[in-house]
Design a protein around this ligand. Structure first.
Ligand code: ATP
Ligand code: MG
Length: 445
């Protein structure tokens, strides 16, 4: 993408309404624009990151054997009357009436609708196990939308629902979600710690939240800091292997890690003092097992091998897709701007032309641009007629992990500069070597 033809409305001044760094940088980098309290337009740069995050979520869900579908944002109230939640949900639910006076709502979550799909089409235990998920906009009329996309009213969520014949099978689905979530967050450059949680309006006893540690997080968290060193890394997971998946969950949930809702002072006191930490965290996901809470009242049953008709065991599992942008920025930035992890960056690399209009420099930039694109990497090429300082400031603000700087002096010696956004370290090399290095970095992730 050539910056001269792109739409990147960066702001010079700090927007007064933004209280936390991720909100400030998302506005300044021209990623989002607020349209009403907690409701945002996604400008081109923000949309590119959102799509990257969605792609990772899809990839890891499908790796775990979960199947995508797409349910609508608007739902009929009658489904929610069947489960009893239409009255229970309260003021967070946006209720709408259509021209025929039918009660509708903008979905805050989809347990009822997915159960309706299941009961319409599934009869036998042979169709199980089954996990269906989608990535769809939700609306919750939050009392205090704030911090930009962190607590919006309209926000993008991945929500998945498992259907299983009995509790052990459903707990395996729960564990599968935990492991797939750990891998999802790691690919985004995040450490998200599973913490025992309280269940709230979804219902059920088994539930974990995934928290990214950050001073601006809304949850108070209590943890053994050795939990922050755990990594899934490159290990191969067979998602059908119940014992293997359960062992990974045990590894990640044995050390003490809880939110204030489930915190237990006595158990925390048993953590060695040097490892006992109290901090704050951002909830980027939550998984639940809730058994037959929806299948029973809504009649979602299967016939077992013995010929009995039983309600299916279910769970629901959510990832805050749009909130993740904020969480990643909170975890990865400096005083100059965002530092995107390679897994989610809007563009893999920026090209800065230090002397726009100089024939040799323009040609060298054009060649680097073309060869990166030929390798399937879309660079952001700053080809504007601007001072070098302004170009660097824009690149630093929008946080591309790598920058190739091209100027007449370097070119005379046959070199360009490759700079890492995170460390600021710069290395001179030939244009071909810079392209090859960037390609190798992205081939490895
Ligand atoms: P919170 O406690 O932050 O209000 P929740 O527990 O009500 O969230 P869930 O029903 O668990 O939310 O939804 C799954 C995920 O969706 C959450 O873990 C969070 O990452 C994200 N999410 C929930 N509410 C919002 C919101 N208002 N804005 C952005 N993301 C949200
Ligand atoms: Mg939650």
């Amino acid at each position: 993408m050539r910056l001269s033809r792109y739409f990147l409305p960066v702001l010079k001044e700090n927007p007064a309404e933004a209280q936390i760094v991720s909100h400030r940088y998302m506005l300044r980098a021209g990623m989002i624009k607020q349209q009403a309290a907690g409701i945002y337009s996604w400008l081109p740069l923000g949309l590119r990151v959102l799509r990257r995050i969605e792609a990772i979520v899809h990839d890891e869900q499908q790796r775990a054997g979960h199947i995508p579908l797409l349910m609508p944002t608007l739902q009929p109230a009658d489904l929610w009357r069947e489960s009893g939640r239409y009255d229970d949900y309260g003021a967070e639910m946006l209720r709408i009436r259509d021209r025929h006076e039918r009660d509708m709502l903008y979905g805050p979550t989809n347990e009822e609708m997915i159960t309706d799909i299941f009961r319409a089409h599934v009869e036998s235990y042979k169709a199980l196990p089954l996990t269906l998920y989608h990535i769809q906009w939700k609306f919750r009329d939050e009392i205090r939308p704030r911090f930009g996309v962190m607590r919006g009213r309209e926000f993008l969520m991945k929500d998945g629902y498992n259907f299983d014949v009995d509790k052990p099978a459903a707990l395996h689905a729960y564990n599968r979600h935990m492991v797939s979530y750990l891998r999802t967050y790691e690919r985004m450059g995040l450490t998200a710690i599973p913490m025992r949680a309280a269940s709230g309006p979804i219902g059920g006893d088994n539930t974990h939240e995934f928290l990214v540690l950050a001073a601006t997080g809304e949850s108070e968290v209590f943890y053994d800091d050795r939990v922050t060193a755990l990594r899934l890394g490159e290990r191969q997971i067979d998602y059908d292997d119940r014992a293997q998946v359960a062992a990974v969950c045990e590894e990640f949930t044995t050390l003490y890690a809880r939110t204030d809702e489930t915190h237990d002072e006595a158990a925390f006191a048993a953590v060695p003092q040097a490892h006992r930490k109290v901090g704050r965290g951002i909830e980027v996901g939550q998984i639940f097992y809730f058994g037959t809470k929806y299948s029973e009242p809504m009649g979602a049953t299967v016939v077992t091998p013995e010929g009995a008709r039983v309600p299916v065991h279910m769970g629901s599992h959510g990832i805050g897709v749009s909130r993740l942008l904020g969480a990643i920025i909170e975890a990865s930035h400096d005083e100059r701007g965002i530092i995107w992890p390679e897994g989610v960056t809007p563009f893999p690399v920026g090209i800065v032309n230090l002397k726009q209009g100089d024939a040799a420099t323009d040609a060298a930039c054009g060649a680097i641009y073309a060869s990166l694109r030929a390798k399937g990497l879309e660079p952001l090429y700053d080809d504007r007629d601007e001072r070098a300082g302004a170009k660097f400031a824009t690149m630093d603000l929008i946080g591309l992990p790598w920058r190739i700087t091209v100027g007449p002096r370097g070119l005379a010696a046959g070199t360009v500069e490759l700079t890492a956004r995170r460390t600021g370290e710069a290395e001179e090399m030939s244009p071909e070597a810079a392209v090859a290095r960037v390609a190798a970095i992205y081939a490895a992730i």
